[in-house]
Design a binder for this molecule. Structure first.
Ligand code: WT7
Length: 651
């Protein structure tokens, strides 16, 4: 939503909301002094936060910063799973519910910290028996079932590096990630449930592992006979059987260095090849744990519900490592918000008595479209904190969320962050910050953000520019897996020593930050980050396609929708049939979330004289705006023809 329309709405946004007084009275942080204390000495602030993590041996130095490489809590030793699970088993949290799981067809399972710990230990024994060692990579391709966090935590317990691949990705996308990470084990399920139908995960996995480094496949039985999957003798191992055969003894937590890799998570960038974002153990655990107490205002009696999928970073940080490290009770839901009906989320909140609810703006816009009647049928009085993440939230959606879900009683916490940042970077502190609908407000304590111009100079109040984070923070990515050069260039290449997230932002007259959206060739569809180049590569992979240009068009519900402009090869007949075929091809190569909403055939694409596709002009066409500056076009007729063609289509 980086369009000028949004810019105009922002300029006129004057509503402010003070934190609700009942909330302030119980907030973990209600003294604004925390900002100054953290800013005066960020390292001392982070060192203090590190005291909430259990270390096997204390670090020697808080930060070693050799831009672009950071080491946090140097020589400190710890284990992420020990912090997320085992330490709570030694306290009164032992029999506290850790994960309350709600399955899509209505089945449910509650795991206390002690039960979770025992499952994780068994899984750690299973991984070890399959030859997984410290530092090995384990790919995980599972739906939202308890075995997913159990598998991740088991990896972390033995010091193996997990790379979770969202279960909506295709077999081709899974294979790419397995190959890049050189994973030796894959953990998957026979199939998964999605809106009552069966999604064939194991069949995808079989295609993906062929010819890769994967030696063994561990298979959870989720669906049963309807999955129609086969086990391959000698390679595939049944999860349940292996767990039943594993020793029941505790598995000793591997003593990891603060800078040992905890996980790799792939995300889209400006090239066709996804980036393996590397997070390490110490800084990440300190960062995510801190934000639970500050941004999420977490307490021991909270019931915490984040609707993300663990396949994305939001789930890694705010379903697994954050809430569990803080000893929370969390609700984990397997299915879709509208299955079996549009009340599912509200029914879950009522059933479990959720106090904290964290979701995406695209979901809120969907709820708005459905109307408030579904929310209103449910008693949501337990809620005290509402958050959003993933994309800019438009003020109308913010207001609707506040009124219909929060009933004006809950702070609305808009959290800006990225796979790379590990945890929330720009967000209100709910007991302190005055919010404005649509603004993520200010950097959290210990984080320093600026909006700068092309030269890297901070912009004046009221101006826009590039968002940057100009100081290192504990949960920052350390590199891109096997591509440190790309890491340095992508994130620290424009302004040396300063992290460039790739988002545009604006400062308003009060110094509030308004995120405008990506400034690179990355689009955000329903909070999912998709590289235009990835979709373009998938399209040109099809035999009929000569060239493709992909853009994000502003969309009411999804934030952005994928629009593709395609030129076909000589002699190819264009039409609805080919559109359907191309969409299916993208789904096959990437996954359903990358399916183009629209495909337009064109004789030529608008290019500069140096043959660069001018996506900006394609965006103007797709959004029905006046076409911007065309002076650098090689052939101005191309754009005129496209515009006419597009208008015809719309009528
Ligand atoms: C991109 C990161 C952070 C977890 C989910 C997405 C956009 C994220 C916000 C927000 C405006 C946001 C940015 C960012 N984004 N949160 N609150 N307001 N934009 O993680 O897949 O790494 O995507 O999502 O454009 O760069 P991701």
């Amino acid at each position: 939503m980086a369009s000028s329309d949004r810019f105009d709405t922002l300029l006129s946004e004057i509503r402010t909301f003070a934190p609700p007084s009942d909330f302030v009275a119980q907030a973990n942080f209600s003294d604004p002094g925390i900002y100054e204390i953290a800013a005066a000495d960020p390292e001392a602030y982070w060192a203090q936060q590190a005291g909430h993590i259990d270390w096997f041996s204390h670090y020697k130095t808080v930060l070693d910063w050799q831009p672009p490489h950071a080491k946090w809590f140097v020589d400190g030793k710890l284990n992420a799973t020990y912090n997320a699970v085992d330490r709570h088993r030694l306290t009164s949290r032992k029999n506290k519910a850790a994960i309350m799981w709600e399955g899509e067809p209505g089945d449910s399972r509650v795991l206390t910290y002690d039960m979770l710990g025992r499952e994780v230990d068994r899984a750690a024994h299973v991984l070890t028996s399959l030859g997984v060692k410290r530092g090995d990579r384990v790919a995980i391709y599972l739906p939202m079932i308890p075995e997913l966090p159990i598998a991740m935590l088991a990896c972390a317990k033995i010091g193996a590096i997990h790379t979770v691949v969202f279960a909506g990705f295709s077999s081709v996308a899974l294979k790419d990630r397995i190959e890049d990470a050189e994973a030796q084990l894959l953990i998957t399920a026979d199939a998964s449930w999605r809106r009552g139908s069966v999604v064939p995960l194991k069949n995808n996995a079989d295609l993906a592992v062929e010819g890769t480094s994967v030696q063994r496949v561990l298979v959870v039985n989720r669906v049963g006979a309807a999955a129609n999957s086969q086990m391959r003798e000698g390679r595939d191992v049944d999860w349940e059987t292996a767990m039943a055969a594993a020793p029941t003894s505790a598995f000793p937590a591997a003593v990891m260095d603060a800078e040992d890799v905890l996980y790799i998570l792939y995300t889209s960038g400006t090239t066709g090849k996804p980036k393996g974002i590397v997070h390490t153990t110490g800084g990440y655990m300190v960062g995510v744990n801190t934000s639970m107490r500050t941004v999420f205002d977490l307490k021991d009696d909270d019931v915490y519900f984040c609707t993300a999928d663990i396949g994305w970073v939001t789930g890694h940080t705010y379903i697994v490592y954050g809430p569990l490290s803080a000893g929370a009770t969390l609700v984990m839901y397997e299915g879709a918000p509208d299955f079996p009906d549009r009340e599912r989320y509200w029914r879950i909140i009522e059933k479990y008595g959720c106090t904290i609810f964290y979701t995406a703006p695209t979901s809120i816009r969907t709820f708005m479209k459905w109307g408030p009647q579904y929310v209103e049928k449910h008693d949501l009085r337990t809620l005290r904190w509402l958050g959003t993440v993933g994309e800019p939230i438009n003020p109308e959606a913010w207001m609707w969320y506040n009124e219909h879900v929060g009933k004006g009683r809950c702070p609305i916490v808009d959290t800006w962050w990225q796979t790379e940042t590990g945890c929330a970077m720009i967000a209100p502190l709910p007991g302190i910050t005055k919010t404005k609908p649509g603004s993520a407000t200010h950097p959290v304590p210990g984080v320093s953000a600026r909006v700068v111009d092309e030269a890297g100079e901070p912009v004046a109040l009221g101006q826009g520019g590039y968002l940057v984070l100009d100081k290192p923070w504990p949960s920052m990515l350390r590199t891109i897996w096997k591509d440190d050069e790309r890491f340095a260039k992508t994130y620290f290449g424009k302004y040396p020593g300063v992290y460039l997230p790739g988002d545009g932002a604006r400062l308003d007259g009060d110094g509030y930050i308004w995120i405008l959206g990506r400034v690179d060739d990355v689009i955000n569809v329903s909070g999912h980050r998709i590289g235009t180049m990835e979709v373009e590569s998938a399209l040109v992979d099809h035999q009929s396609v000569a060239e493709a240009a992909v853009i994000g068009r502003t969309h009411d519900v999804k934030g952005q929708a994928i629009t593709a402009f395609v030129t076909v090869k000589e002699g190819v007949t264009t039409g609805d049939e080919l559109v359907a075929e191309l969409k299916a091809h993208v789904v096959k190569l990437i996954g359903a979330m990358a399916r183009p909403e629209e495909i337009h055939f064109t004789a030529e694409l608008p290019k500069t004289r140096s043959a660069k596709i001018m996506r900006r002009l394609l965006r103007d066409i797709a959004e029905g705006r006046a076409i911007g500056d065309t002076t650098t076009l090689a052939d101005a007729n191309v754009i005129e023809a496209l515009k006419l063609q597009y208008q015809d289509r719309e009528q």
